[in-house]
Design a protein around this ligand. Structure first.
Ligand code: HSE
Length: 312
Protein backbone atom coordinates (compact mmCIF):
# COMPACT_ATOMS: atom_id res chain seq x y z
CA UNK A 1 0.00 0.00 0.00
CA UNK A 2 1.22 3.49 -0.85
CA UNK A 3 -0.06 6.69 0.77
CA UNK A 4 0.18 9.94 -1.17
CA UNK A 5 -0.38 13.29 0.55
CA UNK A 6 -0.25 17.03 -0.03
CA UNK A 7 0.77 19.65 2.58
CA UNK A 8 0.06 23.34 1.78
CA UNK A 9 2.21 26.46 1.96
CA UNK A 10 1.74 28.62 5.05
CA UNK A 11 2.07 32.24 6.11
CA UNK A 12 3.49 32.28 9.65
CA UNK A 13 3.13 35.19 12.08
CA UNK A 14 0.46 37.04 10.05
CA UNK A 15 2.04 40.26 11.39
CA UNK A 16 0.10 40.12 14.67
CA UNK A 17 1.05 36.69 15.99
CA UNK A 18 4.79 36.14 15.94
CA UNK A 19 5.39 32.41 16.58
CA UNK A 20 1.72 32.04 17.63
CA UNK A 21 -0.42 32.42 14.51
CA UNK A 22 -0.23 31.03 10.99
CA UNK A 23 -2.45 30.34 7.99
CA UNK A 24 -2.51 27.68 5.28
CA UNK A 25 -3.02 29.09 1.79
CA UNK A 26 -4.04 27.76 -1.62
CA UNK A 27 -3.79 29.59 -4.99
CA UNK A 28 -7.21 30.41 -6.44
CA UNK A 29 -6.12 29.39 -9.95
CA UNK A 30 -5.50 25.77 -8.93
CA UNK A 31 -1.71 26.01 -9.00
CA UNK A 32 0.13 23.69 -6.63
CA UNK A 33 1.75 25.50 -3.69
CA UNK A 34 2.81 22.73 -1.32
CA UNK A 35 4.89 19.57 -1.21
CA UNK A 36 3.54 16.17 -2.21
CA UNK A 37 4.86 12.96 -0.73
CA UNK A 38 4.26 9.24 -1.19
CA UNK A 39 5.28 6.59 1.31
CA UNK A 40 5.11 2.81 1.35
CA UNK A 41 6.58 0.03 3.46
CA UNK A 42 9.62 -1.82 2.12
CA UNK A 43 12.06 -4.53 3.10
CA UNK A 44 15.07 -2.23 2.91
CA UNK A 45 16.07 0.63 5.20
CA UNK A 46 14.64 4.11 4.76
CA UNK A 47 14.93 5.21 1.12
CA UNK A 48 14.20 8.76 -0.05
CA UNK A 49 13.74 9.91 -3.66
CA UNK A 50 13.27 13.58 -4.46
CA UNK A 51 11.67 15.23 -7.49
CA UNK A 52 9.94 18.53 -8.20
CA UNK A 53 10.98 22.05 -9.20
CA UNK A 54 12.95 22.73 -5.99
CA UNK A 55 14.70 19.36 -5.59
CA UNK A 56 18.05 20.90 -6.57
CA UNK A 57 18.02 23.04 -3.41
CA UNK A 58 17.94 20.04 -1.07
CA UNK A 59 20.92 18.09 0.29
CA UNK A 60 21.97 15.27 -2.06
CA UNK A 61 22.78 12.91 0.82
CA UNK A 62 19.37 11.36 1.64
CA UNK A 63 20.26 11.00 5.33
CA UNK A 64 20.51 14.80 5.49
CA UNK A 65 17.03 15.17 4.04
CA UNK A 66 14.40 16.22 6.54
CA UNK A 67 11.87 13.63 5.37
CA UNK A 68 14.45 10.87 6.01
CA UNK A 69 14.86 12.24 9.53
CA UNK A 70 11.07 12.41 9.98
CA UNK A 71 10.75 8.76 8.98
CA UNK A 72 13.56 7.73 11.32
CA UNK A 73 12.02 9.71 14.19
CA UNK A 74 8.51 8.37 13.51
CA UNK A 75 9.74 4.76 13.51
CA UNK A 76 11.54 5.34 16.83
CA UNK A 77 8.19 6.28 18.41
CA UNK A 78 6.63 2.96 17.34
CA UNK A 79 7.00 -0.34 19.19
CA UNK A 80 9.93 -2.37 17.90
CA UNK A 81 7.58 -4.95 16.39
CA UNK A 82 5.90 -2.34 14.16
CA UNK A 83 9.11 -0.94 12.65
CA UNK A 84 9.98 -1.68 9.04
CA UNK A 85 11.74 -0.26 5.99
CA UNK A 86 10.18 2.71 4.20
CA UNK A 87 10.25 4.20 0.74
CA UNK A 88 9.50 7.91 0.53
CA UNK A 89 9.07 10.01 -2.62
CA UNK A 90 9.11 13.75 -1.98
CA UNK A 91 7.92 16.16 -4.68
CA UNK A 92 9.53 19.41 -3.56
CA UNK A 93 7.25 22.18 -4.78
CA UNK A 94 8.14 24.97 -2.35
CA UNK A 95 11.36 26.99 -2.42
CA UNK A 96 13.64 26.55 0.58
CA UNK A 97 14.17 29.66 2.73
CA UNK A 98 11.24 31.44 1.13
CA UNK A 99 9.05 32.23 4.14
CA UNK A 100 6.27 30.00 2.83
CA UNK A 101 6.81 27.18 5.31
CA UNK A 102 8.80 25.01 2.92
CA UNK A 103 10.41 22.81 5.58
CA UNK A 104 7.12 22.58 7.50
CA UNK A 105 5.40 21.38 4.33
CA UNK A 106 7.92 18.53 3.92
CA UNK A 107 7.79 17.65 7.62
CA UNK A 108 3.99 17.69 7.83
CA UNK A 109 3.66 15.71 4.60
CA UNK A 110 6.06 13.06 5.95
CA UNK A 111 4.45 12.72 9.40
CA UNK A 112 0.91 12.87 8.05
CA UNK A 113 1.62 10.20 5.43
CA UNK A 114 3.42 7.96 7.92
CA UNK A 115 0.60 8.25 10.43
CA UNK A 116 -1.85 7.20 7.71
CA UNK A 117 0.40 4.32 6.60
CA UNK A 118 0.54 2.94 10.15
CA UNK A 119 -3.24 3.41 10.77
CA UNK A 120 -3.00 6.59 12.82
CA UNK A 121 -1.12 5.54 15.95
CA UNK A 122 -0.75 9.22 16.97
CA UNK A 123 -3.40 11.91 17.50
CA UNK A 124 -3.14 15.62 16.77
CA UNK A 125 -1.79 16.48 20.22
CA UNK A 126 1.03 13.95 19.77
CA UNK A 127 1.74 14.76 16.13
CA UNK A 128 2.28 18.51 16.55
CA UNK A 129 5.19 18.31 19.03
CA UNK A 130 6.88 15.76 16.76
CA UNK A 131 6.41 17.99 13.72
CA UNK A 132 7.70 21.04 15.60
CA UNK A 133 10.75 19.16 16.83
CA UNK A 134 11.74 18.06 13.33
CA UNK A 135 10.96 21.39 11.67
CA UNK A 136 13.12 23.01 14.35
CA UNK A 137 16.10 21.00 13.11
CA UNK A 138 15.88 22.85 9.79
CA UNK A 139 14.91 26.32 10.97
CA UNK A 140 17.15 26.36 14.04
CA UNK A 141 14.42 26.76 16.68
CA UNK A 142 11.11 25.18 17.53
CA UNK A 143 8.04 27.14 16.56
CA UNK A 144 4.70 25.76 15.45
CA UNK A 145 3.18 28.58 13.41
CA UNK A 146 3.98 26.82 10.11
CA UNK A 147 3.45 23.16 11.01
CA UNK A 148 0.11 23.71 12.79
CA UNK A 149 -1.75 25.42 9.90
CA UNK A 150 0.00 23.21 7.34
CA UNK A 151 -1.24 20.10 9.17
CA UNK A 152 -4.70 21.29 10.24
CA UNK A 153 -5.56 24.00 7.70
CA UNK A 154 -7.12 27.44 8.23
CA UNK A 155 -5.77 29.96 10.70
CA UNK A 156 -4.26 28.26 13.73
CA UNK A 157 -3.50 29.95 17.05
CA UNK A 158 -0.89 28.18 19.19
CA UNK A 159 -1.99 27.70 22.79
CA UNK A 160 0.18 24.76 23.88
CA UNK A 161 -2.19 24.18 26.79
CA UNK A 162 -2.96 20.69 28.13
CA UNK A 163 -5.40 19.08 25.69
CA UNK A 164 -5.33 22.06 23.33
CA UNK A 165 -2.11 22.47 21.43
CA UNK A 166 -3.68 24.90 18.96
CA UNK A 167 -7.10 26.16 17.96
CA UNK A 168 -8.62 27.21 14.63
CA UNK A 169 -9.61 30.88 14.33
CA UNK A 170 -12.45 31.90 11.97
CA UNK A 171 -11.09 33.20 8.65
CA UNK A 172 -12.69 35.95 6.55
CA UNK A 173 -13.99 34.16 3.47
CA UNK A 174 -13.95 37.36 1.40
CA UNK A 175 -10.20 37.97 1.83
CA UNK A 176 -7.58 37.26 -0.80
CA UNK A 177 -3.99 36.71 0.28
CA UNK A 178 -1.46 37.65 -2.40
CA UNK A 179 1.92 36.02 -1.75
CA UNK A 180 5.03 37.22 -3.58
CA UNK A 181 8.29 35.28 -3.46
CA UNK A 182 11.10 37.40 -4.94
CA UNK A 183 13.20 34.35 -5.85
CA UNK A 184 15.94 34.76 -3.25
CA UNK A 185 16.37 32.81 -0.02
CA UNK A 186 16.78 33.86 3.60
CA UNK A 187 17.70 31.60 6.48
CA UNK A 188 15.09 31.51 9.26
CA UNK A 189 17.87 31.07 11.82
CA UNK A 190 19.61 34.22 10.58
CA UNK A 191 16.35 36.17 10.43
CA UNK A 192 15.62 35.13 14.01
CA UNK A 193 19.10 36.21 15.08
CA UNK A 194 18.21 39.77 13.97
CA UNK A 195 15.52 40.04 16.62
CA UNK A 196 16.20 41.63 20.00
CA UNK A 197 16.48 39.31 23.01
CA UNK A 198 14.17 41.59 24.98
CA UNK A 199 11.36 44.00 24.11
CA UNK A 200 10.18 47.19 25.75
CA UNK A 201 7.07 47.18 27.91
CA UNK A 202 5.26 49.34 25.36
CA UNK A 203 6.01 46.87 22.53
CA UNK A 204 4.85 43.95 24.68
CA UNK A 205 1.57 45.76 25.32
CA UNK A 206 1.17 46.61 21.63
CA UNK A 207 1.83 42.98 20.66
CA UNK A 208 -0.88 41.83 23.10
CA UNK A 209 -3.30 44.48 21.83
CA UNK A 210 -2.84 43.68 18.14
CA UNK A 211 -3.02 39.91 18.55
CA UNK A 212 -5.99 39.91 20.92
CA UNK A 213 -7.71 42.57 18.77
CA UNK A 214 -7.25 40.47 15.65
CA UNK A 215 -8.61 37.34 17.34
CA UNK A 216 -11.55 39.30 18.76
CA UNK A 217 -12.34 40.84 15.35
CA UNK A 218 -12.12 37.40 13.70
CA UNK A 219 -14.72 36.00 16.09
CA UNK A 220 -16.90 39.11 15.78
CA UNK A 221 -16.70 38.80 11.98
CA UNK A 222 -15.41 42.36 11.72
CA UNK A 223 -12.89 42.41 8.84
CA UNK A 224 -12.36 46.18 9.08
CA UNK A 225 -11.27 45.93 12.70
CA UNK A 226 -9.16 42.84 11.95
CA UNK A 227 -7.36 44.65 9.11
CA UNK A 228 -6.65 47.63 11.40
CA UNK A 229 -4.86 45.25 13.80
CA UNK A 230 -2.25 44.13 11.22
CA UNK A 231 0.81 45.63 12.89
CA UNK A 232 4.03 43.80 13.60
CA UNK A 233 6.11 45.19 16.46
CA UNK A 234 8.13 42.01 17.01
CA UNK A 235 9.78 41.13 13.70
CA UNK A 236 9.06 43.60 10.90
CA UNK A 237 11.05 46.57 12.30
CA UNK A 238 14.19 44.39 12.55
CA UNK A 239 13.77 42.18 9.50
CA UNK A 240 12.36 44.54 6.90
CA UNK A 241 15.68 46.41 6.26
CA UNK A 242 17.15 43.00 5.26
CA UNK A 243 14.43 42.21 2.72
CA UNK A 244 15.20 44.16 -0.49
CA UNK A 245 12.24 46.21 -1.72
CA UNK A 246 9.93 45.27 1.16
CA UNK A 247 9.42 48.72 2.70
CA UNK A 248 8.70 50.32 -0.67
CA UNK A 249 6.38 47.46 -1.65
CA UNK A 250 4.35 47.75 1.54
CA UNK A 251 3.72 51.45 0.88
CA UNK A 252 2.90 50.90 -2.80
CA UNK A 253 0.45 48.10 -1.98
CA UNK A 254 -1.29 50.35 0.55
CA UNK A 255 -1.55 53.00 -2.19
CA UNK A 256 -3.17 50.38 -4.45
CA UNK A 257 -5.85 49.83 -1.80
CA UNK A 258 -4.61 46.71 0.00
CA UNK A 259 -6.00 46.26 3.52
CA UNK A 260 -2.62 45.23 4.94
CA UNK A 261 0.73 43.71 4.01
CA UNK A 262 3.39 41.91 5.97
CA UNK A 263 6.35 39.54 5.91
CA UNK A 264 5.38 35.90 5.39
CA UNK A 265 7.19 33.95 8.10
CA UNK A 266 10.77 35.14 8.19
CA UNK A 267 10.68 36.30 4.55
CA UNK A 268 11.57 37.17 1.89
CA UNK A 269 8.04 36.29 0.70
CA UNK A 270 5.59 39.06 1.53
CA UNK A 271 1.82 38.83 1.71
CA UNK A 272 -0.85 41.41 1.08
CA UNK A 273 -4.51 41.15 2.06
CA UNK A 274 -7.50 42.54 0.22
CA UNK A 275 -11.24 41.84 0.03
CA UNK A 276 -11.39 42.70 -3.69
CA UNK A 277 -10.28 40.37 -6.48
CA UNK A 278 -9.57 43.39 -8.65
CA UNK A 279 -7.21 44.86 -6.03
CA UNK A 280 -5.61 41.41 -5.58
CA UNK A 281 -4.94 41.27 -9.33
CA UNK A 282 -3.49 44.79 -9.35
CA UNK A 283 -1.32 43.94 -6.33
CA UNK A 284 -0.15 40.70 -7.96
CA UNK A 285 0.77 42.56 -11.14
CA UNK A 286 2.65 45.24 -9.19
CA UNK A 287 4.52 42.62 -7.16
CA UNK A 288 5.49 40.65 -10.30
CA UNK A 289 7.04 43.73 -11.85
CA UNK A 290 8.53 45.36 -8.77
CA UNK A 291 9.13 42.80 -6.02
CA UNK A 292 10.13 39.64 -7.87
CA UNK A 293 13.81 39.97 -8.69
CA UNK A 294 14.75 36.50 -9.89
CA UNK A 295 13.31 34.35 -12.72
CA UNK A 296 12.39 31.64 -10.20
CA UNK A 297 10.27 34.04 -8.15
CA UNK A 298 6.48 33.96 -8.31
CA UNK A 299 3.26 35.62 -7.19
CA UNK A 300 0.02 33.80 -6.35
CA UNK A 301 -3.39 35.09 -5.39
CA UNK A 302 -4.51 32.74 -2.62
CA UNK A 303 -7.35 32.04 -0.26
CA UNK A 304 -7.19 30.26 3.07
CA UNK A 305 -6.79 26.50 2.69
CA UNK A 306 -9.20 25.22 5.31
CA UNK A 307 -8.21 21.56 4.89
CA UNK A 308 -4.46 21.45 5.54
CA UNK A 309 -2.58 18.20 4.93
CA UNK A 310 -4.63 15.60 3.07
CA UNK A 311 -4.45 12.36 1.17
CA UNK A 312 -4.50 12.74 -2.60
N1 HSE B 1 7.59 32.52 13.46
C1 HSE B 1 8.73 32.12 12.72
C2 HSE B 1 9.64 33.32 12.50
C3 HSE B 1 8.31 31.56 11.39
O1 HSE B 1 9.13 34.35 12.08
O2 HSE B 1 10.83 33.23 12.79
C4 HSE B 1 9.46 31.15 10.53
O3 HSE B 1 8.97 30.49 9.41
Amino acid sequence: MSIRVYAPATIANLSVGFDLLGAAVVPIDGNCLGDRLSVSKSDAEIQVAISGPWQHKLPTDPVQNIVYQCAQYFLEQLPQSARCGLKLDLEKNLPVGSGLGSSASSVVAAFFALNELFDQPFDKEQMLPMMGELEGRVSGSIHFDNVAPCYLGGLQLLLQAPGSFCEAIPAFQSWFWVVAYPGTSLSTAQMRALLPAEYSRSDVIKYGRFLSGFIHASYRNDPKLAAAMFNDVIAEPYRSPHIPGYINAKQSLADLGALASGISGSGPTMFTVTDSLETAQKAAQWLKINYVTDPCGFVHICQIDSTGARRI
